[in-house]
Ligand binder design. Structure first.
Ligand SMILES: NC(=O)c1ccc[n+]([C@@H]2O[C@H](COP(=O)([O-])OP(=O)(O)OC[C@H]3O[C@@H](n4cnc5c(N)ncnc54)[C@H](OP(=O)(O)O)[C@@H]3O)[C@@H](O)[C@H]2O)c1
Length: 232
């Protein structure tokens, strides 16, 4: 999503995979050259965590090569890059039994292939001189499964909650330094989050998932809370 303008006059315009395939370096460069944005919110990604294990080439091409292409195009255009990253860049286990990873904590090792590509994508994003890496996590409001993991702790929230936070962040982009920012809410189990809007959901276990998942991947969002408090 590229943007023109600065401060409160910022205007955002959407772009999706029909406008440019992020794995196509020339197509990304051409789109950015046409729009000439001041900032780019890069949210395109390969997000099927289970399928990524058997479709590694596509996952890498989309998440790592795609981010590199967007970062290089942003650098070429002098645009600020806001890269959407993930809590999965952390291990989320016995190294931190109560989670709460901070922006300054070392990342990795990772649990699965999707997580690896998101970790490497952060390095690719840094090819843009003014990169803001936003680690987040969110769920759709409608829960499609009969159960939700009660042994996986997270600071994720519903997409409408996180999207509102992103809107606030983008409105104050010029007040945020480059680097890393965690945009999430409080620590809870996935089950506790899902039960808020789907009261009849059953308790499940992350060990039933077809892919290795962390135990506690919650992020510390003190810095985001402080910024949000200043703006609301
Ligand atoms: N959901 C989470 O909890 C979570 C957590 C942390 C980080 N994230 C990150 O947040 C971002 C958005 O995730 P999401 O959950 O909203 O995923 P999503 O619903 O699967 O959306 C991914 C988007 O990426 C686009 N895309 C995929 N391959 C592309 C390509 N080659 N070129 C251009 N666009 C492409 C898709 O477009 P098409 O539909 O047209 O293919 C889709 O619009 C991703 O970077 C993801 O890693 C998500």
């Amino acid at each position: 999503m590229p943007a023109r303008g600065g401060g409160s006059a910022i205007e955002w315009t959407g772009a999706d995979s029909r406008d440019a395939d992020v794995t196509d370096r020339k197509a990304v460069a051409a789109l950015v050259a046409r729009v000439r944005p001041d900032a780019i919110l890069h949210a395109a990604g390969y997000t099927d965590v289970a399928k990524a294990e058997s479709d590694r080439a596509t996952c890498w091409a989309t998440n790592v090569t795609g981010t590199r292409n967007v970062a290089d195009a942003a650098a070429e255009a002098g645009a600020r890059l806001i890269h959407v990253s993930s809590d999965y860049v952390f291990w989320g286990g016995e190294d931190r039994p109560d989670g709460g990873y901070r922006e300054t904590d070392p990342v990795g090792p990772v649990r699965n292939y999707y997580a690896l590509t998101k970790l490497v994508a952060e390095e690719a994003a840094r090819r843009a001189p003014e990169a803001l890496i936003v680690r987040t996590s969110f769920r759709a409001s409608a829960w499609p499964h009969p159960s939700a993991f009660d042994d996986l702790h997270t600071s994720q929230d519903y997409v409408d909650v996180i999207a509102a936070d992103f809107a606030l962040l983008l409105a104050h982009l010029h007040e945020i330094d480059d680097g890393i920012l965690h945009v999430v809410t409080e620590r809870k189990s996935v089950y506790d989050l899902i039960a808020r809007r789907t009261p009849h959901v059953r308790r499940g276990s992350r060990t039933d998932a077809p892919v290795a998942l962390p135990e506690d991947i919650s992020l510390n969002a003190d810095r985001w809370r402080e910024l949000k408090g200043r703006w609301t």
